[in-house]
Design a protein around this ligand. Sequence first.
Ligand code: ACO
Length: 437
Amino acid sequence: MENEFLNIVDKRTNAAYDVPLNQGTIRAMDLRKIKTGPEDFGVMTYDPAFMNTASCKSAITFIDGDKGILRYRGYPIEQLAERCSFLEVAYLVLFGELPTEAELKGWVDNITHHTMLHETTKKFLEGFRFNAHPMGMFISTVAALSTVYPEARNVLDPETRKLQIYRLIGKVPTIAAYTYRHSLGFPYVYPDNELSYTENFMNMLWKMVEPKYRANPVLARALDILFILHADHEQNCSANVMRAVGSSQADPFVATAAAAAALSGPLHGGANEEVLKMLDEIGTKDRIPAYIEHVKAGHGKLMGFGHRIYKNYDPRARIIKWAADQVFEVTGRNPKLEIALELERIALEDEYFIKRKLYPNVDFYSGIMYQAMGFKPEIFTVLFAIPRTVGWLAQWQEMLEDQEQKIARPRQIYTGYEARDFIPMEKRGVKTTSVTS
Ligand code: ACO
């Protein structure tokens, strides 16, 4: 609502300020006007981890964490997962509307024709150690694309941007598949342009000596749904990194690599790999209560549980559970599912988790499904990074087109020393007293 104000009285000066309130938000810069005198810097806000700060306006993804709602461009995630292909959703996320048939065809064609890697990039990948973590290989190789396409630096040109978007979305499955084959010591498989995005990815992962790889349609569809669920998630840690790095007008390859690096952490996209390790550690259902007590006593976290925004069941976790059932009909049930279901049941009845509103998140069931499909846990986060590249690019584009955005540069509250004199080497080691608390 417009024309709403917060009336703030500064008790230091007894001056009153009307601070405009728009969509429940005040502009932090308006607080700067609250000063004790001309020399005063003005009031700042302090918000470690951005707990209550909107860093941008965005029209891409809507989340209502209390109600467990997720929408891309206004469309409920459940409808998109049921009715769309991943590339159709990618178009929606990036360009704001569902594509017409002709637009979709052109879009798919453009992505398909950018799936190949330059041979030097292939050689670059070959240089990694045999046991290199796929996520490390993925991050480095995406960054290395910046050297292959130097024109990508021209980030203010919309046509150049579009070409890099085709390249990145086209090439991330190829890089991901090569990291996987590399860790197995298998030869790399070139993309097959006759296949869909997901089928081609599976082809590059699993084709051996057969002349043509045919993906199981149930598994290909399940992977496509997983990709849809992971396409974007508004201002999460990695999207924030994409925007921050992109705000310096760095090219989209290095910005995407930085976002992927943020994703790799165990508190973000790295959690799916950690869930599998946790289920392995628990081992059997009878050990779950003891494990939960261990977590409640402050020893680690229940991986795949909790979310900064969702204080209800993550809607993506619900859809993954459904997709996992389809996968298990083909692959047989992953024995870890029994442990996961029981862990969820016990945790959701436990006062500790109820009080803190901790529910399974997207990572809790995705790994169990990926493992049933034949993926090793080390590649789970790479599987997350492929579709999230779409979201990162949409966030990056939106940031560059937003007239209000500038280079991201937070403030700090300085807690270090006041100015002090240099100490020559021979006098160092003599204890000095800090002037700060
Ligand atoms: N297991 C046990 N306790 C937890 C968990 C968990 N998984 N998550 C949060 N808590 C507890 C915290 O210890 C804290 O308790 P306290 O109030 O007694 O100190 C309380 O719940 C609030 O948690 P915060 O850490 O303040 O929540 P925050 O929003 O900062 O963290 C996060 C969210 C990082 C996702 C956290 O829940 C977590 O670490 N979960 C496990 C890792 C995970 O699954 N990450 C994937 C997230 S989804 C994604 O990025 C794709």
